[in-house]
Each structure stands twice: as structure tokens, then as C-alpha cells.
Ligand binder design. Sequence first.
Ligand code: FAD
Length: 659
Amino acid sequence: MTQPEEQAWDVVVVGAGGAGLRAAIEARERGARTAVICKSLFGKAHTVMAEGGIAASMGNVNEGDNWQVHFRDTMRGGKFLNDWRMAELHAREAPDRVWELETWGALFDRTADGRISQRNFGGHEYPRLAHVGDRTGLELIRTLQQKIVALQQEDFREHGDYEARLKVFQECTVTRVLKDGEGDGGRVSGVFGYERESGRFLVLRAPAVVLATGGIGKSFKVTSNSWEYTGDGHALALLAGARLTNMEFVQFHPTGMVWPPSVKGILVTESVRGDGGVLRNSDGRRFMFDYVPDVFKEKYAQSEAEGDRWYEDPDHNRRPPELLPRDEVARAINAEVKAGRGSPHGGVFLDVSTRIPAETIRRRLPSMYHQFKELADVDITAEPMEVGPTCHYVMGGVWVEPDTAQARGVTGLYAAGEVAGGMHGSNRLGGNSLSDLLVFGRRAGLHAAEHALAAAGEPPAVREDAVEAAVAEALRPFGAAEDGGAADAAGGGRGSGAGAENPYTLHQELQQTMNDLVGIIRRGGEMAEALERLGGLRDRARRAGVEGHRQFNPGWHLALDLRNMLLVSECVARAALEREESRGGHTREDHPGMDRAWRRINLLCSLAAEEDGTAPAAPASRGRIALTRFTAPPVRSDLLALFEKDELGKYLADEELSL
Ligand code: FAD
């Protein structure tokens, strides 16, 4: 049966990581009947993998900390490209969101006097990350899930139904946001998706949809991200008429595992360096002292002795350069390897064994200890780790209104967490994602609920032709290369015909292209070549074909995900080619300097032509993505006053300084 099952809700949240759960809790508490849909099992999202902690200026370990310092650090980390209003809201509200988690049952590590402990991380002036060992994300998700269950129990007492006002649909993939109008017009009216196990189609009607689908890392070959990060929410937003901002900024975390090949890219948390770990090259040199850029020179130690003293006495010493923002450390590692001073397997050495007692390592970094022991047979209490950059996080995402998290220009669409753009500018500081998703997840849920309840009397209609097009698009891989997409209605496909493309092959080629040509160090010619290749892959992806039927069919799932990965990859490549400077996560070998004239410019990606899933193939050379430039409003004067004028001169154009 291809006839989708239909249900009506007030708010649909797509994604059940930290952003999605926090949004759902808020929407339900504001009185909206809320559905949460997630692609994986409930509880399995990137948030659960987060290790180091949640950044919030509670000042528990150093009283000097406050929201203004956090705001400053975030803007510096993002090289002043951040949406300053988002950075302000985030810095102001993060402490409340952490306290709130504690009232909901989260058990954070404590200081000696019983307060929530906070640890050091790159780019943060003070110890700021509330944590639970190196398993903070697990506790965050556990707490939010527990809160969801508590709300469902409340509903059972009131309505006799646990799912009366809050229901989770797990292992369901959303493939389209539905609207009541065509093209860029119209209001959001729901979502279309399929159950991964049964292949059954689903339409959830709702006047408000919150995208909380996370990032895009699976478009790159070496990544810390898991299979879910195929850029679905980014693509869903584009297809619904929203724009994406800052897509050229992809964060390559400096420390991923490099060996053995089967685990290449898996994250080695920044807490290792925050707790005292140091980076060395094959000559044994702590090379980060050679890579402190001018903008950070005054804030970082000039000698190993000073850097080491900082761990005990941070008020009278400067921090070691191993704790520079991630983009700086990743570039430095890349340069050392390129200069022939790397480790045997193409990384550098990260050492805690000579710096921290074995017992402390096992207590403070238990996951890292087990990860290396089990996956690489390396005992990190006795020998150094080998690490290298890995694609980790996308700063770019849905262009939202800072206060409401609404996707600009699309009524009823909201985005929060990694899928939203702007907050982190050109580079995210560690720990600022968990706080971001709590702050803006709450805001998205709140405003989505308000919008939905206001629209309740006259909910936007779901258009039958849009649902039919979504069904046809979803079934196309079963009839690929045979008849251009019409598969049979009984749930089984006729199988892929001759000339059908293998989705796994296409995925591998896409990952290799992005890794090689739009990776950590970028060049104009290579990115132009990447765009050509992406065009070819897009053509071939239209013929991605699968055998079998819709009951749990991973090949089919991947064939559908390819559309999203190709769209977001084109956004990244096109914006990266356009931005002729180096800033944060975007490094151009052919434009090595940061250019103040680019500071206020945001590159916005939108869909170049109508993509209804059944349109004829566009020629390879013609892309799907159009770029426009948006000049961000100047930073509010009271926020600018938080910085020294000298420092601002490094980032702001002269006309901004004179405003
Ligand atoms: P996620 O938590 O990834 O949730 C996305 C959800 O969307 C999932 O439920 C997924 O199933 C669902 N989904 C996706 N597509 C669809 C679709 N089409 N249909 C339905 N559902 C869909 N950040 C920090 O601040 N501190 C840290 O210490 C830290 N450590 C990290 C460690 C690792 C190994 C990794 C990978 C990341 C780490 N990060 C950390 C980053 C941070 O974890 C993520 O940025 C953050 O958790 C993203 O949360 P989210 O809610 O936006 O998305």
C-alpha cells in the first residue's frame, strides 16, 4: 500500500537529539500536542555521543566567568562572523538551561565544595564546561528522555493515554516538509516520511515543524559523525523554500583517531587537551607553540613552562596553545604532517601518559581509555595516541530569526541545534553545541507552539499533489533506470533495471570528492572540479536503484539520503568557492588571509530551480544551488563595548569601527 497513514498534531519535531527533545518538551509544556520523529532508535543521536561537556558561564570554578566573557569567547572563536544576537542569547541563557537539567535529574560531576564542576576547553577563557566524565551527552539525553516520560505519565493520568500530547515515532525518516502553497509560497502544513522497518508511508499534519536533524558529516570520508548525519534537515529546509547560511564553514576537529583504518575519524575528545594532554610531532616537539596566530598571541602562553603552570594557576599564567580554537589546531596538525613530521599512520601524537597519573586518566577520561584500548590496542595511560583532523561539525545551517528560531521566510518552519546556522560564525567552540541546542531548542519549541496554537482554528491544508509527488519520489529507486521512477503500489519494487546506479558506490564517490577537494585546506580550482563532479553524481543519483522491497532496506534508505547529501555538498562547495578569504573552518590556500571586508557577508544558499523530486535531470554543469550575499547588521554597540578597540580592529572593517 502506498497510501500514507495520516495523523494530525500541533507541532512536529523532526529529530530526537538534544535540540529536538528540548523543543518537544517546551512545545508540549506550552500546551501543543507534539510529535517527535527520529530516524534512528529513540536515544541514539549525536547528542548522546557528546563527550566533553556543555559550555555555560556559571562561574563555579572561576568566579571571573559571566555571560559577557562567554559571548566574547564565542565571537572570537567564530572570527566575528557569528550572528551576534544568537551568540548573546546563547551566552545569557546557557546557565539557566544547565540548572534546569539538574532540576530534571541530571547528575553532573561536582567540585570539591559540591557545585557543578566545569572543565577547560579550547577558546574558553575560564573552565566552563559542565560535564559528566567524558560522557556528558549520554546524561543530557537520559535526562531529557526522562522528562519526556514524566510528561507522558502526566498525560496518562489526565487522558488515560501516554501519547495523548507527546508521541515519539522512532526509526522514521522524514523526506519532505509539506506546505499549503507551491514553490516559495505557502505555510508549512506537515511532513511526509516512511517507517524504516516496514517501509510504510506517513503524513503528519501540523502547522509548525521544528527541524532538529543535526549535521552533514557523512558527506565526507573521514568523519566523527555516524550514519544519520546526511544533511536531511538542511535539504528539507532548502526544498521547503528556506535558505542556508554559512555553509562553507565545516569544522574539522583536530583530533580524530587515525589508526586502524576501520576507526579512522572517530573522535578523541578535546577534554584530553583540556585536562593536560599535549600535541607532539615525530621530533617530540610541542609544535603548537609555533602556530599561535597574531590575533591570539597575547592570550596564549609563550613557553611550555608557562602553559604548564596555567593548569594549576590560571589567573597568573596564559593557557597553552594546545587549547587554541579547533580550526587553528587542525591546521597546525595538517601542516606538521605535510612537512613530514607526522606519526607513523599520518597523524601526530597526543600524549596524556607522561602528564597525568594513570588513575586520573581512567577516572576523568574513561571513554577515551576504553576507546583506544579496545579499538586500537593502545593504553593511553602508558603511550601517546595518534590523532589527526576529522570532519566533525557544520557551522552552516538554516537561516533563522535569532529570537524565535523560525526559518526566515517560511511560515511555520523552525530549526534548532546543528541544523541551524549563524550562532557559531566561522568556527564553533567545543561545548557550545550542547548549550546551543538547549537554548535554541527551547526557543524553537516555544515559538513553534505559539504559532501552532494560533493557527489551530484554521490549520494549513496538506495538498494531495504534494503527497503524491513525495510518494513517487520515495519509490523512484525501485524503478530506477527502467521507467524513470514509477514503482508499483504494493510496497515492492520491480528492482533496479540495467543502467541503475549503486547508491553505495555513489556515496563513496561523493565522500571522496568532498574529502579530497573541499576538505580542510581548499583551492579554487579543486572546488570548481568538485562542483563538476557533484553535478555528475547528481545525474547518476537520479538512477540510483535498489532491489527488493520497502521492508527494512538500507540500500533504499541510502538512495533517498543521497539527494540530501548532494544538495548540502553543493552548498558547501559553492559557498567555499565564492568566499575568497580564510576564516575559521574555511581555509583557502589561494586566499590565505582573513579579509575584514568579508566579515559581515553571509553567503545564503537557496534552491536554484524547482525540485519536486520528479523533474527531469538537469545537466551536470548546472547546479541546483543559487548563492546570494547578505550583509549582516552591525554588532550592537553595548556588545562591541565588551571588547578592546585594538582587538576589534583585527576583525572589523574601518567603517564599522567608526559607527
Ligand atoms: P542530533 O543529536 O544528532 O540529533 C539529530 C536527530 O535527528 C536524530 O534523532 C536523528 O535520528 C534525527 N534525524 C536526522 N535526519 C532525520 C530525518 N530525515 N527524519 C527523521 N529524523 C531525522 N558538542 C558539545 O557541545 N560538547 C561536546 O562534548 C561534544 N562532543 C561531541 C562528540 C562527538 C563524537 C560528536 C560526533 C559530536 C560532539 N559534539 C559536542 C557536537 C554535538 O554532539 C552535536 O553537534 C549535537 O549533539 C547535535 O545535536 P542535535 O540535537 O542538533 O542533533
